[in-house]
Ligand binder design. Sequence first.
Ligand SMILES: [Zn+2]
Ligand SMILES: [Zn+2]
Length: 253
Amino acid sequence: MKSHRRFRARRLAEPKVDSGPGGAVSTYPAWVSQPSEHSLGQRVLESVAMVIFTAYALALAVRLAGAVGSAAQGLAVAAGLLGGYLLADLLSGLAHWVGDRFFEETTPFIGPGFIAPFRRHHVVPEEMVEHGTVELVGNTAVLALPTLALAFHGLDLADGSSLALLAGALTLSAMVGGVCTNLFHRWAHMERAPRLARRLQALGWIITPARHALHHSNSFDSSYCITTGWLNAPMDRLGVWGWLERRLHRKAG
Ligand SMILES: [Zn+2]
Ligand SMILES: [Zn+2]
């Protein structure tokens, strides 16, 4: 098992050294030394969202299973589940890429809550191992819940349409994969992850420490996908993120 300690190799925010009358003192910027607080109200809201999200996910999975009556329908559900899981990996990469490469930790609205945690993670990657489940996945559950509820109430799965089954399975797998992403990310940083996590890592179904180490050891400018990391190799080889960045910078002048 690879140690998460090697993730400390490079840091984006180096401590500032102030030499005052009392001698040299190293200080990190405020967004590193004082992480934004996870308030009680936030925790309650996120916990409720996680419970409702889980109920919707289970109900949609039961509905999908009950609607499959032929090989074609089974294939549609299998394709949807795979496609949705790939989509979750892509979305994790997109969010991570934006968090790492654009805006500032102090940007109004998104800075403290969205940008700073990504940058902070580069400085103190081991910190996320200490985070509780609500802190890790609660905010993603809040974001994913409306889409999952829309799929549950909006798709007519009873008539057995393969397209509806595909859409339902894709949404279910993308949203569940998305919500679980930070949990998978934490497991990739643990010295010894839980047995289930190690099993899933060994099967390659979730991001592995080795796959994620490429992000932390390569100047944080590649391997952004953190659900499974399946898309990292093709996207890094094709230089997709760098190409997108150049295009955006050119457009912005
Ligand atoms: Zn990480
Ligand atoms: Zn990063």
